[in-house]
Design a protein around this ligand. Sequence first.
Ligand SMILES: NC(=O)c1ccc[n+]([C@@H]2O[C@H](COP(=O)([O-])OP(=O)(O)OC[C@H]3O[C@@H](n4cnc5c(N)ncnc54)[C@H](O)[C@@H]3O)[C@@H](O)[C@H]2O)c1
Length: 355
Amino acid sequence: MILVIGGAGFIGTNFVLRKLHSNVDREKVIVMDALTYSGNLDNFRTVKNNEFFTFVRGDITNENDIESILEKYKPNSIINFAAETHVDRSITGPDAFIKTNIFGVYNLLKQSLKYYEKLPRGSNRSRLSIERATKETFKFIQISTDEVYGSLGLNEPSFTENHPFRPNSPYSASKASGDHLVRSWTKTYDFPAIITNCSNNYGPFQYPEKLIPLVINNCLIGKKIPVYGDGKQIRDWLYVDDHCTALEKVLKIGKIGETYNIGGRNESTNIELVSLICSALDVYVKKKKEHPGESFKELITFVRDRPGHDYRYSINAEKIESALNWKPSVTLEIGIKKTVEWYLQNKDWMKNLNH
Ligand SMILES: NC(=O)c1ccc[n+]([C@@H]2O[C@H](COP(=O)([O-])OP(=O)(O)OC[C@H]3O[C@@H](n4cnc5c(N)ncnc54)[C@H](O)[C@@H]3O)[C@@H](O)[C@H]2O)c1
């Protein structure tokens, strides 16, 4: 049994649906989520009657929520996606970031260690290990970001797992703190945890405050597309399904106590990316009468840069590629096409969100 915390958000949803749709292991999936603005129970409508799926509303900042769910379900692994995740919100209101991303992770570690210490010993080869948690099989995976490493210049080498932490926003600082706590639990208490630091994800179910769904949404409603500064900031983009396949490998064969960087080998400037989305939409969508222009690119408008905006993120993912034999499989062009198609086919999903 796996406990997916923060599973009703963007990446968590993709992870859970993927797992349930191809559940070769017939493993039970328990999703715990506080359902903040970015968590959406409706994401699970295709699996709500699936016998392997259970949803529990719970908050990682609340000790009782964690304790009772661990006692009741006795998971064999925990994967933590729960976080406050939007950099702009962290600038205007850091409180929630400190609370969830630092205090919440601490709470989760404290309760998880207590639970782990009470687990029985057992064989790690047993088929039963999927159903019955033991000390030998239990794993805790903390999902984190490449933003903890700070910003790179154009010609600097990509972030390896040994790159120093130099977070520049309240979001990345709070995630870095969470990562440090997890690491310390592995070193101090021999807690069997692994940390993953991933580059920017995109794909279905992403809340439209993030760049890619924001651009798609604005195009569809004929609203200007805000691009920070000169749009030359560079990000490495990973299609969310590729992130999920990496996490499946980490869960199965990742080494306890390690950190794995996960990246898409898809670096792009923001302005190139926005243009790519506009071109993909140009193929599918007839312009509204009010916006009869040639391309959605005409909606692009440059706005004042975000304070402390990092210039470049770039992931060196050689460790996970060689140690766990994982590689991203979706190019940026194909991934954007798939994403645009998904948002066009799921306009109601966007309409029904808590904006
Ligand atoms: N989206 C990216 O590009 C990206 C890249 C690298 C790493 N990450 C990390 O991946 C994880 C998931 O990101 P996402 O993009 O899916 O975020 P998201 O904002 O879409 O989802 C976060 C989920 O966490 C839940 N949550 C928030 N506070 C909670 C709390 N106190 N208790 C329980 N649940 C809570 C929310 O309800 C939501 O369902 C985060 O830890 C994030 O830092 C994201």
